[in-house]
Design a protein around this ligand. Structure first.
Ligand code: GAR
Length: 202
């Protein structure tokens, strides 16, 4: 009887993450692996707006369910909120997700959506600024440093409260792919840990 109660109460405490990703999904995989043996936080499922995104393959290999929905399901929000609430998702993690999150999803998950941006916001943010576009813009600017920003998602693109930033140096000889590699390393080293501490301090 006691054992039964213990199992039930433990299972109630699991915090479920939904990861939204539009492309390669290396951050999604890194986050899933980080939490694989965590008995309080787990990646429940992965959502994509691109049917053939490589993140779908990664999810299969990881044994995590992935769901493809066309753009309007994400930008409309209502149907997706029902799906996420039915699955008892607690947090949404945007890991290379390229669509704007609509206000109804933001309201349904107030302060529970985190995004990673591959630059030091407010620099190099806003519409069209994603992935290699960001690294190319940084290269063209001649800046001597770049970095990552992890922030809470609000109704304005790349403008929610910043919870974490980390920097790296850029030398003149760095190509935009060298910059991308430095940024990815910062992302892999920090994003899962920041997700964990953000959840714990809430
Ligand atoms: C990551 O560098 C992430 O910061 C960036 O897309 C990349 C996805 O890589 N996100 C944005 O640019 C959002 N504006 P991944 O698919 O291999 O994780």
């Amino acid at each position: 009887m006691l054992t039964q109660f213990y199992i039930i109460s433990m299972s109630n405490t699991i915090i479920k993450l939904a990861i939204f990703a539009s492309g390669n999904g290396s951050n999604a995989e890194n986050i899933a692996l980080y939490f694989a043996n965590n008995n309080q936080i787990k990646v429940d499922s992965i959502y994509t707006n691109k049917k053939d995104a490589y993140v779908v393959e990664r999810a299969k290999k990881l044994g995590i369910k992935s769901y493809y929905y066309p753009k309007d399901v994400f930008t409309g929000g209502t149907e997706l909120i029902k799906i996420l609430k039915n699955k008892e998702i607690d947090y949404i993690i945007l890991a290379g997700f390229l669509l704007k999150i609509p206000n109804n999803i933001i309201n349904a998950f107030q302060n529970k959506i985190l995004n990673i941006h591959p630059a030091l916001l407010p620099k190099f943010g806003g519409k069209g600024m994603y992935g290699d576009n960001v690294h190319k813009a940084v290269k063209t600017s001649g800046d001597k440093e770049s970095g990552i920003t992890i922030h809470v998602v609000n109704e304005h693109y790349d403008e929610g409260t910043i919870v974490f930033q980390a920097k790296c140096n850029i030398s003149e000889s760095d190509s935009y792919t060298d910059i991308a590699n430095k940024i990815h390393k910062l992302e892999y080293d920090n994003f899962p840990k920041v997700i964990k501490s953000f959840i714990k301090q809430e």
